[in-house]
Write a protein that binds this ligand. Structure first.
Ligand code: PGA
Length: 251
């Protein structure tokens, strides 16, 4: 076993309104007992100021779901790393499959965003994962190493120091079809080995969380695997009882 602190991160995606954000955060502050796991919420950009205000003084972390690949300047509609810092975000999710596959982010975009975040001291949660047809074609490991290499080539071999990787098989996201604990473990240990090829110590300390239809009733089995260091939770993070139950099992 390792001493990696488990992380449970809520990815609220493009959901919520001021009232529901306040209700979720109120429930979380009230229901969350210190249990050794780090807990983090990633609201939509527009809810970040409200979330920062409501989380003041708590141990619950705040993150964004993406950021601009550029620094401040003439990029209409974008949100920069500096702006996220200014509002107290410590984390940012990068390369989520919805951004890759619906919004057209390439490996190169993901890598530039990664570098931008790190240059501004944000902790990255880098999402990786294969699509169903890639798993069925037996090229899961190839896809994962290509996604990793794209970032390493731009951000450097020590870029995962202090970062988090989220293994999120695309076929498991929002589908109710979770990877089995064994499938998750196999992918996580492969990712850790790839990072270890560059730096053993960084790989050993790297938190690799699983995402894709994590629910209160399957979280314990997933989190029990040796290389699964917590979860990135979508749908179930919008229900306070479900999310608290998942946080509780991530000790
Ligand atoms: P899900 O989403 O838990 O709803 O499958 C996970 C994610 O997209 O991060």
């Amino acid at each position: 076993m390792t001493d990696r602190q488990p992380l449970v991160a809520a990815n609220w995606k493009m959901n919520g309104a001021r009232a529901s954000v306040a209700a979720l955060l109120g429930g979380l502050r009230q229901g969350l007992l210190e249990n050794g796991a780090e807990v983090l919420v990633c609201p939509a950009f527009i809810h970040i100021p409200l979330a920062a205000e409501l989380l003041a003084g708590s141990s619950i972390g705040l993150g964004a779901q993406t950021l601009a690949e550029y620094g401040n300047g003439a990029y209409t509609g974008e949100i920069s790393a500096a702006m996220l810092n200014d509002y107290g975000c410590r984390y940012v999710i990068i390369g989520h499959s919805e951004r890759r596959h619906i919004l057209g982010e390439t490996d190169a975009t993901v890598a530039r965003k990664f570098r931008q975040a790190q240059e501004h001291g944000l902790q990255v949660i880098l999402c990786l994962g294969e699509r169903l047809e890639e798993r069925e074609a037996g090229i899961t490991e190839q896809v994962l190493s290509e996604q990793l290499d794209a970032v390493i080539n731009v951000a450097g071999t020590d870029c995962f120091h202090g970062a988090v990787i989220a293994y999120e098989p695309v076929w498991a996201i929002g589908t109710g079809r979770t990877a089995t604990p064994e499938q998750a473990q196999a992918a996580h240990s492969f990712i850790r080995l790839q990072v270890a090829r560059h730096d053993d110590c960084v790989a050993a300390a790297l938190r690799i969380v699983y995402g894709g239809s994590v629910k209160a009733d399957n979280a314990a089995a997933l989190f029990a695997m040796a290389d699964v260091d917590g979860g990135l939770i979508g749908g179930a993070s919008l229900n306070i009882d479900d999310f608290l139950a998942i946080c509780r099992v991530a000790r």
